[in-house]
Ligand binder design. Structure first.
Ligand code: MG
Length: 352
């Protein structure tokens, strides 16, 4: 065997710096730690990234430990991609962001070899502009209003709520914009009756979707809220993977699927199909992540109801150039792989 054709797996830590401190009900942070990865074979390279907020249990050390167990030659030796993804999934329990990084890199590599965009691997040949919402983190009311005004090109704003002054925040934002408003409580609400009361006020101000109102596992409260409101109540922290979907259908109207949470594109696509069996709406979301993950997720956009793919817009040191966001729409280009349009910086970071 010629050594030059042996596949190579590369990874390096990377810290995303946020343009503004990002506040959610979990706390405020200024960086997201993660890793970038590459799988190279026969002069073709596929890229991936793993970025998780600190309230999930992955970090650069656990990602490194996972990557050390990954055997790229074995992964690429299987006859079917299904077997490769099953191999990645079985390396260890959890580690979904690390798995997602490899999954994204593998899709990027395979689609590039096939000379097609990744979306075509899922049977979607249509490249059309993708409307994405833009997230406003928790801050003072004045700053949240200012950020809403700044984000006027987006058709939808997703406002993070703290559970403390939610009506005040939304009423102030609704005063300055006619944009569609989604809210994400990130588990901050505690009482179902109070949540109905607050939600009803928020809906009067134009809120059209409520995400993860209560603590993870408080399904009955979510169900009460869902049955009381005429806007969708969507699970985020409550849905980590495929196996959660069936049980959640009773309690929620929809689910938020993120590549970092579920382990990548392969798993996300399976989840989309499963969610549809139970008539669940789908929000395709993201973490604060680089253009690798956002470009990758955008490949599934035509299969979902709403996209919230703005994580790369919140950072000031992106890893590469990928799908562009223009006037609130992600614009897919006819390029092969996950959609990275300039990998120069990635090559340097990964010593390729
Ligand atoms: Mg959320």
């Amino acid at each position: 065997m010629n050594n030059s054709t042996r596949p190579k797996f590369s990874y390096t830590p990377y810290s995303l710096e946020l343009k503004n401190p990002f506040g959610t009900a979990h706390g405020t942070r200024t960086t997201t730690e993660g890793m970038i990865v590459a799988i190279s074979e026969n002069e073709i390279t596929g890229y991936g990234g793993a970025f998780m907020p600190p309230y999930y249990d992955e970090n650069q050390a656990s990602m490194t430990a996972f990557f050390e167990r990954f055997d790229v030659e074995k992964c690429l030796s299987f006859k079917s991609l299904e077997e490769s993804f099953s191999y990645i999934n079985n390396i260890a329990v959890g580690n979904t962001a690390a798995k997602a990084a490899i999954d994204i890199a593998l899709h990027d590599l395979v689609a590039t070899k096939l000379e097609k965009p990744v979306r075509e691997m899922f049977g979607d040949a249509e490249a059309k502009p993708i409307e994405t919402s833009f997230t406003i983190g928790i801050d003072s009311v004045e700053k949240m209003v200012a950020k809403a005004i700044e984000a006027k090109e987006f058709k939808t704003l997703k406002i993070k709520l703290s559970g403390k002054n939610d009506v005040e925040v939304i009423s102030a934002i609704a005063d300055v914009t006619d944009q569609k408003l989604f809210v994400d409580a990130n588990q901050a609400w505690t009482d179902a009756e109070e949540a109905i009361e607050i939600s009803s006020r928020l809906i009067e101000f134009g809120v059209q979707l409520i995400e993860q109102p209560f603590a993870k596992g408080e399904y009955e409260k979510a169900k009460i809220l869902k049955e009381s409101l005429n806007v969708p109540v969507v699970a985020d922290e409550d849905v980590q993977g495929f196996s959660d979907i069936k049980k959640l259908a009773e309690f929620y109207d929809g689910i938020n699927i993120k590549l970092m949470k579920c382990g990548g594109l392969h798993e996300a696509f399976k989840m989309i199909k499963e969610a549809r069996k139970y008539d669940l709406k789908i929000l395709l979301g993201c973490m604060t992540e680089s253009s690798i993950g956002i470009s990758a997720a955008s490949q599934l956009a035509n299969f979902v109801d709403w996209c919230d793919l703005d994580g790369n817009l919140l950072i000031k040191n992106d890893t590469c150039e990928g799908i562009k966001c223009i006037d609130g729409y992600l614009i897919p280009e006819e390029i092969n792989g996950v959609g990275i349009t300039n990998d120069q910086n990635l090559r340097e970071l990964l010593n390729l």
